[in-house]
Design a protein around this ligand. Structure first.
Ligand SMILES: C[S@@+](CC[C@H](N)C(=O)[O-])C[C@H]1O[C@@H](n2cnc3c(N)ncnc32)[C@H](O)[C@@H]1O
Length: 293
């Protein structure tokens, strides 16, 4: 097992989790060390794509990680401590840094998006809105798998510019609109399904609830919201999300990976109930929540 020596947090991953109401798939890796090792390698490759896409070579990234002890001791963002500005403000103002970050997100998502596209019944929907959809990697792969679907990407104005080019290069401009805006203010109406991948983990409970309430406001009752997140399993099991937990805390004060119970609680406070959780082969799960009246 790989250990983070500073915090004794196990870094290798055990991606399946117990989830109600669906029973977890049988996890053959528990009794098969070779399968376990292969799984760990696969996850390491995905993680390497994430961090290897340029961020580790960036001064702004390393300086913030260098102060991670500050985050662990205070629960506040070492990025803000070092740069005097919140992470996403910095990304908006520094175009080059923003492009490197978007590219890194896209590198991870390109490894895992097909799992989301095939695990969830998107064939039942006509319009999917990707909130905080970055440059559009996830939605373009979902659209590629489901020919009937139309998409909307919603993200900060600077980020959606890159999304337009991405969609054009994949011949998807006619099937996907792009809107720039602030999800703390409002979220576009008109989706059958709303998806937020690695968005809620960037924020503390209060801010996360605000985003979810804005989704609630945009959606009629009965519509479905999907969170794609690394749900922290119970107990002291090794799990990649525990490493990411440090990464998001470094970026934003109070940001955190959450357990199943914490997601259920957060969603219920915003007017949703969790209808199922679908574990993916990657460390992510799809949390499906229904908008209550
Ligand atoms: C961790 S990234 C995830 C990107 C994408 N969903 C993925 O999984 O590849 C979080 C996204 O939230 C966007 N974001 C941050 N603050 C935002 C805001 N106030 N309004 C809209 N989008 C925002 C960022 O620009 C970024 O694309």
């Amino acid at each position: 097992m790989v250990q983070n020596q500073a915090s004794e947090i196990p870094l290798c991953s055990q991606p399946y989790m117990t989830a109600e109401p669906q029973p977890p798939p049988q996890d053959h890796a528990q009794n098969d060390p070779a399968l376990k090792r292969r799984r760990y390698l696969r996850l390491s490759i995905a993680m390497a794509c994430l961090i290897g896409a340029g961020m580790t070579g960036e001064d702004w990234w390393w300086r913030a990680w260098g102060q991670i002890k500050f985050s662990v001791q205070t629960g506040k963002s070492s990025f803000e401590h070092v740069h005097g500005m919140r992470f996403f403000d910095y990304m908006e103002r520094n175009k080059e840094a923003g492009a490197v970050f978007d590219q890194a997100m896209s590198a991870y998502t390109s490894q895992t998006a097909a799992q989301v596209a095939t695990a969830y019944p998107f064939h039942e929907a006509a319009v999917v809105i990707d909130v905080g959809g970055g440059r559009g990697t996830l939605i373009s792969i979902i659209l590629a798998h489901h020919a009937q679907l139309h998409g909307i990407i919603y993200d900060l104005p600077a980020t959606v510019e890159a999304a337009k080019h991405w969609l054009e290069s994949r011949g998807l401009s006619s099937r996907c609109e792009v809107f720039g805006g602030d999800f703390f203010e409002a979220i576009p109406k008109g989706g059958d399904v709303y998806i937020l991948q690695h968005v809620i983990h960037d924020w503390d409970d209060e801010q996360a609830t605000r985003i979810l309430r804005n989704c609630h406001h945009a959606m009629p009752p009965g519509r479905r919201l999907l969170l794609v997140e690394m749900v922290i399993p119970p107990g002291n099991k090794p799990f990649l999300g525990k490493f990411l937990d440090l990464g998001v805390l470094m970026m934003e004060s109070g940001a955190r990976e959450r357990t199943e119970l914490e997601y259920r609680d957060l969603l219920s406070r915003a007017g949703f109930h969790v209808s199922r959780i679908i574990p993916l082969p990657s460390p992510d799960s799809v949390i499906e929540a229904v908008r209550e009246p």
